[in-house]
Design a protein around this ligand. Structure first.
Ligand SMILES: Nc1ncnc2c1ncn2[C@@H]1O[C@H](COP(=O)(O)OP(=O)(O)OP(=O)(O)O)[C@@H](O)[C@H]1O
Length: 426
């Protein structure tokens, strides 16, 4: 077993030709869907309202029973397993956390461990550990009631509760739908940090395509009847939408959405002429003229950028002073290209100054670099031939089942594997 597979505690999931026909409905809500969800990955379900996302999600933990087809988790067919036993092995998070209002935070988190018969000490230690994991101080929050928490805090407790018994699978139904955009962004970042630690298999329903791009290793785009229109990486869906339906769903600015996928430290920065306070402005100006650049970056004694000086400004100065310009466009090398572009737009500047650890100057990023990153992402995504196969063909379920079982029995986690998918629309 490789080192990376040791870290993955998530389980692979396979929906094998799954259908849900609600009584009295003319068409199935989910029609013949085959979907492989690799262990340790985050898979996002998106699609128009009523297309069957929630029905599909709830069939994984059998809150909704499939009319036909199989659910296979880590190679084990769980379609006929006792539903309550199954659900104790699968964490479930809904909008606003779904906490019991008359129970404290600790009691809410302890529900499944209690059902599993853990002793008090183990439960109490686990509650504290989970509160730390979701960035809530146990001393402050364990004895509070849900109404004494903000929406974002309730949602964090909901995630802690779902993770309580360390389930290999986490199902999340629009978990961040009820919070404001800033809290939402913070919760998304936290989920990514938590996932880096716990490496569960996470399946999430969302209405927000940007959320799908940000969080998903894979995105499943559904149409009515849970017909799978495209199942691929965010990069490839953005670069290569399968058809007009997906294009419309992505909405305008697919190129801009790609910018959330890349961080400033992943692109080539432009070197800059730097200057220190006390230097002769004429010396800096001659270096700048030789470089073909427009501005020099003034650093402080710890090499942190403090201002920029144009040729004209330099020509009026004798000595570089230590004036600080608070409005200089600054980005961290951890920022996304989207953040960098925002910073440039807000300051009406075609370049931003990039800092690394301890705010030390790293270089410049300009609009040109960002545009090149978009076209590189496009060609990289297009050139990659390992795309998931079999959209809506219904032709490969046997292969997908074999792969899922083979991967589990050999002990290999397939977090890096391409998901395979087919969906039949009725
Ligand atoms: N209990 C039920 N009985 C009958 N029909 C149902 C039931 N639950 C859902 N449906 C129907 O099945 C279809 C799929 O519903 P589902 O909730 O899975 O869609 P969804 O994609 O999650 O929608 P949304 O994005 O609006 O939450 C819809 O047409 C819905 O009306």
């Amino acid at each position: 077993m490789s080192e990376s597979s040791d870290a993955i505690t998530g389980a692979s999931i396979l929906l094998d030709q799954v259908t849900k026909q609600y009584p009295g409905q003319a068409k199935p809500a989910v029609g013949g869907l085959t979907l492989e969800i690799p262990a340790g990955s985050i898979v996002m379900f998106v699609g128009p309202s009523g297309c069957g996302k929630t029905t599909t999600l709830k069939m994984i933990n059998r809150l909704i029973e499939p009319s036909s087809g199989k659910i296979v988790i880590n190679g084990e067919d769980v379609t006929k397993m006792d539903g309550d036993t199954l659900r104790r092995r699968i964490g479930y998070v809904i909008q606003a956390g779904g906490l019991f209002p008359h129970m404290t935070v600790a009691a809410n988190i302890a529900i499944v461990p209690k059902m599993l018969g853990w002793n008090k000490e183990k439960i109490s230690a686990r509650v504290d550990e989970l509160l730390e994991l979701v960035s809530l101080d146990p001393a402050i929050y364990r004895d509070r009631y849900p109404k004494e928490l903000s929406g974002g805090q309730q949602q964090r407790v909901g995630v802690a509760r779902a993770l309580a018994a360390d389930p290999p699978v986490l199902l999340m139904d629009e978990p961040f739908g009820a919070v404001d955009p800033i809290t939402r962004q913070r919760l998304q970042d936290e989920l990514l940090n938590i996932q880096a630690e716990v490496q569960k298999t996470i399946v999430m329903v969302t209405h927000d395509f940007d959320e799908a791009v940000k969080l998903g290793n894979w995105i499943a785009v559904f149409d009515e009847g849970a017909q799978l229109v495209q199942y691929d990486s965010p990069e490839r869906i953005l670069a290569n939408p399968a058809n007009e339906f997906v294009e419309n769903f992505i909405g305008s600015g697919a190129g801009l959405k790609q910018l959330t996928l890349t961080r400033v430290n992943e692109v080539d920065l432009v070197d800059a002429i730097t200057a220190l306070p006390g230097e002769l402005a004429s010396d800096v100006l001659s270096r700048l003229q030789g470089s073909g650049q427009q501005q020099a970056v003034v650093l402080d004694s710890r090499r942190r950028p403090v201002r920029r000086l144009s040729r004209r400004q330099l020509s009026r100065l004798q000595i570089i002073d230590d004036t600080v310009d608070d409005s200089m466009p600054l980005v961290s090398d951890q920022s996304t290209l989207n953040d960098a572009l925002d910073t440039m737009l807000v300051s009406s500047s075609e370049t931003a100054v990039v800092t690394g650890r301890r705010d030390v100057f790293r270089g410049l990023i300009n609009v040109q670099t960002i545009m090149e990153a978009i076209s590189q992402a496009n060609s990289a995504a297009t050139a990659d031939s390992d795309a998931p196969v079999g959209l809506n063909s219904g032709a490969i379920p046997a292969l997908a089942v074999e792969n899922a079982i083979a991967a589990d029995s050999s002990g290999e986690a397939n977090g890096q594997a391409e998901p395979q998918s087919t969906g039949e629309s009725r």
